[in-house]
Design a protein around this ligand. Structure first.
Ligand code: ADP
Length: 188
């Protein structure tokens, strides 16, 4: 099985590119953000706990997302692999992922990182807010917290995966088609 990680700051275009990637390579798209928003929409206990953290621009606890991912790995059939989007977001999550995969003799295939500068993050999120209406896209303070959470907790993963020889960086500032082509070239 292939285990790709789609990496990048909020608003980098991960969700947009993910749909083309899963189709071309027969992958299951696993977005922890989407899975969490589904829990919130369904009003589950997990969703209730996650909502206040997400609305504040903070991360939900590692164990929560690790459980969701492990569960999806165990219950998915008929795909060539997975596209992880929004996970791992901390070093602890990356280590948990390695442990989970090693238990079945698997490993992360590669990390496709879509990079855009901070100014563009805000522009993209503001644009998305007007289309998708996500609560965590609406408030300036939440967006700022998500950007600082990204730099503090998630960006250290760049080094983690570089050291593992699995890190591929893509310039995310081009058009959707340009970025898609660069990703396909890297994956091929
Ligand atoms: P974006 O990449 O646009 O910031 P996501 O849809 O990936 O948004 O995630 C939305 C929110 O869900 C995050 O800000 C965070 O609160 C929570 N979340 C998603 N994935 C994780 C994760 N792996 N660990 C902890 N929290 C997460």
């Amino acid at each position: 099985m292939k285990y790709y990680i789609l990496f990048g700051p909020p608003g980098a275009g991960k969700g947009t590119q993910a749909s083309a990637m899963v189709e071309k390579y027969n992958l299951r798209h696993l977005s922890t953000g989407e899975l969490l928003r589904k829990e919130i929409a369904e009003g589950t206990e997990l969703g209730k706990k996650a909502k206040s953290l997400i609305d504040a621009g903070a991360l939900v606890p590692d164990e929560v997302v690790e459980g969701m991912i492990d569960n999806a790995f165990k219950t998915t059939e008929g795909v060539a692999g997975f596209l992880l989007d929004g996970f791992p977001r901390t070093i602890a999550q990356a280590e948990a992922l390695d442990t989970m995969l090693a238990a079945s003799g698997e490993a992360v295939t590669s990390v496709i990182s879509i990079m855009i500068p901070d100014e563009m993050i805000k522009e993209r999120i503001r644009h998305r807010a007007s289309i998708e209406g996500r609560a965590d896209d609406a408030r300036e303070e939440t967006i700022n917290n998500r950007i600082s959470t990204y730099h503090e907790k998630t960006e250290p993963l760049v080094d983690f995966y570089r050291k593992a020889g699995k890190y591929v960086e893509i310039d995310g500032t081009g058009t959707i088609e340009e970025v898609r082509q660069a990703i396909f070239n890297a994956m091929d």
